[in-house]
Design a protein around this ligand. Sequence first.
Ligand code: NDP
Length: 295
Amino acid sequence: MTIGKLIDGKGFAAGLRVQLTDHIIDFVAKTGRKPGLAVVLVGEDPASAVYVRSKGKMTVEVGMESFEFRRPASISQDELLELIEELNGDPRVDGILVQLPLPKHLDEQAVIAAIDPAKDVDGFHVINSGRLAVGLPALVPCTPLGCLMLLKDELGDLSGLEAVVVGRSNIVGKPMAQLLLGESCTVTIAHSRTRDLASVVHRADIVVAAVGRPEMIKGEWIKPGAVVIDVGINRVAAEEEGKTKIVGDVATAEAISHVRAITPVPGGVGPMTIAVLLRNTLVAACVRAGLKAPE
Ligand code: NDP
């Protein structure tokens, strides 16, 4: 039995941050200021607070300025839009990220639409998704861009490969499919209404799983030699009573003997997301400063 490789997303992300640090030194030398990332956190969701803390820490570690705006869950839509307007006009801020999900009374789409597309480092604004769709330079959502980097590192040229993306969300599935199409893959997007998901997945040279269902994609579904990117983050009960653990959307222990390579969860896609967010912030800063953006 052959065993596939585990893709080291954590190591890749660390390497990406080192490259960014060099670019940022150059940016500071040329502009006399640091690129700045503003993160807006509304409410007290503990998971969101953890993400925001680690984003802030890594932003500073690579040499950028981190601005954090914490607002109570009771903030009104108008107050939040006012804050975004301020950040749009703030010359120290190159990237704006509003941590999602927002409390129910706030209109997420309206909040995303209010962000200046040139500072939309999450790549969720329709201007950026439209630019991605027509093949223009865009700020691309961090998680799928991170997945693409890992795929290209593993496979090189993706042209002509059969890719199946499971999940069609605006933040992962759809932009992932657009990126793979941009690499000339033959792309299928599967979702909850897809019939016979197992045989759809079995066609793929590349599988990207972005579903949010623990270990739903079984090892035997995977074509031998495929590369699998597992985006899912699912908290489940651990073997030890009272403990929990994180698993992906793919049954990795089964899949490992079918794949050429697979991202582990944790330690695969997750660390890439923040590294790409920092990259997007530097790209936005370079574009605003009229400098050449990093690849
Ligand atoms: P969403 O819930 O927005 O989308 C899930 C998608 O999966 C939907 O398109 C849904 O189909 C599809 N789906 C649900 N059930 C099935 C099924 N039984 N068969 C096939 N498709 C199904 O999730 P996200 O895209 O936001 O996130 C997906 C996963 O990725 C989550 O676990 C999330 O935590 C994780 N994630 C990880 C990140 C990271 O940094 N590693 C970043 C972002 C997300 P339909 O549209 O028909 O409902």
